[in-house]
Structure formats: structure tokens, C-alpha cells
Design a binder for this molecule. Structure first.
Ligand SMILES: [Zn+2]
Length: 137
């Protein structure tokens, strides 16, 4: 499955980013997903849960922010957001444009740490994943 390998590399990047940021625990990952990226959001969410098992990210949520297609119109000299089904024409002047600025990317935009004020080893029962406590290494 395409999304599974993407989820694995995403998890890898996130683990490194969390280490660099000094996060002991990651509560949520924010990912920007372009609508032209070819990645199916539902499949990615599912794959992510599989990919983070046994990693420091286990229990983290993936929050996908879908990014619309943005093109640069040479006639208007402006960036325009294309509506589906993305005809590659400027929605304002109708001119042809093939210059996609956004909408193909998939990138990690932010990490939310979960170890700030909770205190060591204390996980309130209402934290959303009460049945599975994060494992100590
Ligand atoms: Zn235009």
C-alpha cells in the first residue's frame, strides 16, 4: 500500500523532529496534505496508526490539513486557488497556467508535545487514549 510507506517515512521524520525539539512525548502531528499529492487521507490516517506502533510516537494523533491547489497566473500576476476538478486555468481570467505553487506537497507542519504539564507518569483518564498508556522505554 502506497500510503503505508508514506506513513512510515512520516513517522521517521516526526521522531527526528521530536528529538530535536526535545519532546519526550508527542500528542499530535499536523500534516499538510495537498489535494494533488495523490495521497488518500483516510488511508494515510489508517496507515499512520500502524506505522507508529512500537515507536516513540505511539498513541499520537495525526491531524491532516488539506491544502487546496494554488497556481500562479502569469496573466494576472497573482496566485489563485483552483476549484475542483483543477482545470489548470486561472479561475479569474481563464488563462492557462501550469505553474502549481501548492497542492502537491505532503509535509509535517507541526508537532504537539504531550509531556509539558501533566507531570511524570501521570496520565489523566480523560486524555482520549486511556486504554493504552504510553510505554516507558
Ligand atoms: Zn488570471
Amino acid at each position: 500500500m502506497h500510503e503505508l510507506s508514506i506513513a512510515y517515512s512520516l513517522a521517521e521524520i516526526a521522531v527526528e523532529a521530536a528529538e530535536e525539539a526535545g519532546l519526550k512525548q508527542v500528542k499530535a502531528l499536523y500534516v499538510k496534505l495537498g489535494v494533488l499529492s495523490g495521497v488518500a487521507k483516510e488511508a494515510l490516517l489508517f496507515s499512520f496508526d500502524v506505522a507508529i506502533q512500537g515507536t516513540p510516537l505511539e498513541g499520537a494523533r495525526l491531524i491532516v490539513e488539506e491544502v487546496p491547489v494554488k497556481v500562479f497566473c502569469p496573466d494576472c500576476q497573482e496566485a489563485r486557488i483552483l476549484p475542483a476538478p483543477f482545470p489548470m486555468r486561472c479561475p479569474v481570467c481563464g488563462g492557462k497556467t501550469g505553474q502549481v505553487l501548492e497542492g502537491r506537497e505532503m509535509e509535517l507542519s507541526a508537532l504537539e508535545g504531550g509531556d509539558s504539564n501533566a507531570g511524570d507518569g501521570i496520565y489523566p483518564a480523560d486524555c482520549g487514549n486511556s486504554s493504552e498508556y504510553p510505554e516507558e522505554k
